[in-house]
Write a protein that binds this ligand. Structure first.
Ligand SMILES: [Zn+2]
Length: 362
């Protein structure tokens, strides 16, 4: 039975820690307001291992800028500058493998910061600033610290918050597939390597602002036959984890774009079969695997709800279904959490799906 999600608009406004100018000066003597808010060009982001602080950011709230080139901010698009900018996180409590949205409102310019030591990439968004990141799937339960430095009315303001990470409860599954997918023939290895390179090229998109004008929606309305995170063994051998959400579907049923974006892959791959990848900006991609037919071309601009192809059973499958993958900040994440994220204030997230654990398609 369809159940609409009402938690979309829930935001946890975090307690905020505003350091005075003297504390800030002690933590970061080289920083002046202009220095913190100023643009730093150059190197690509350097991801840090989870739970560690980024190099050059030894103090909570210290600036990690300089490791990434921030997007240009249009000052006239920002809301009012607050004495104490507001920091909020979605989801309010998370599990490993979740996407996370960090929002700052009331800053005078582009904030910088980290979540669990991983640098956040803020961009101007509506009346504030937003960064989209993700939690590693192997992260143990506990608290992840968010440290942000936000340009304020005078000196920059240090904000901090905590994200509670709960145990995910991922299932263990035994699946049977054709043996060529567990022990690929030698001739197939070159093809799989070419697939790997094609995925890497498709994901190597320059960082840009979001291309979407609404929250994410299901790529088809059907039963979830396998959630994100299942730990699987194929034919009692290959161990892997399920980095997507499987949706049931008859062969030939339509598959649509979960949101606006650009097609960056339309390709027949060995394991994922006929595959479409859509880039949504903000470091966010959605993936559609095992299609019987692809209806879009590489480079096509798509809108939410546009047809991408048809449900099929190409690649490593036990039967026809749609494998829907989501990548955020360079990690596969749970699409069901993405659907709950509200990028647009109080708007409700569209889409419906029902979990049905007794069915099991990879
Ligand atoms: Zn799947």
């Amino acid at each position: 039975m369809p159940a609409r999600n009402h938690s979309a608009s829930r935001l946890l406004v975090l307690t905020l820690l505003a350091s005075g100018p003297s504390a800030l000066a002690a933590a970061s003597p080289a920083s002046s307001p202009a220095g913190v808010a100023g643009t730093v060009t150059g190197a690509a982001p350097t991801p840090s291992p989870p739970g560690t602080r980024a190099p050059g950011a030894p103090t909570p709230g210290a600036v990690v800028q300089g490791e990434m080139a921030p997007l240009r901010v249009k000052p006239d698009s920002l809301g009012p500058v607050l004495d104490r900018p507001l920091l909020s996180l979605q989801p309010s409590s998370a599990k490993p493998g979740d996407p996370v949205v960090v929002t700052v409102r009331g800053a005078a310019g582009l904030p910088t910061g980290t979540l669990g030591g991983r640098p956040l990439r803020f961009f101007a968004w509506r009346e504030g600033h937003l960064a989209l990141t993700s939690l590693p799937v192997e992260l143990p339960p506990g608290t992840q610290v968010v440290d942000v430095m936000a340009p304020g009315k005078g000196l920059p303001v240090a904000l901090s918050g905590a994200l509670e990470v709960l145990a995910p409860g991922y299932r263990e599954r035994e699946l049977r597939v054709a043996s060529k997918y567990v022990s690929p023939p030698k001739a197939v290895k070159a093809r799989m390597e070419a697939d790997r390179k094609a995925f890497a090229a498709a994901f190597a998109q320059p960082f840009r602002e979001p291309l979407f004008g609404q929250n994410f929606a299901w790529p088809r309305q059907d039963v979830v036959t396998a959630p994100f995170g299942d730990r699987r063994s194929f034919n009692g051998k290959l161990q892997s984890q399920h980095f997507g959400v499987d949706l049931d579907g008859d062969p030939g049923a339509p598959v649509v774009a979960a949101n606006d974006g650009t097609v960056v892959m339309a390709r027949d791959n060995y394991a994922s079969g006929n595959t479409v990848l859509v880039h949504h900006g903000a470091g966010l991609f959605t993936a559609y695997f095992h299609l019987s037919r692809i209806d879009v071309k590489d480079g096509a601009q798509v809108k939410q709800g546009d047809g991408l192809g048809l449900v099929g059973s190409t690649g490593r499958v036990t039967g026809p279904h749609l494998h829907w993958g989501v990548k955020a900040d360079d990690r596969w994440v749970d699409g069901q959490t993405l659907l709950k994220l509200d990028f647009f204030g109080a708007q409700e997230t569209p889409g419906v799906a029902v979990s049905s654990p007794e069915l099991a398609n990879p």
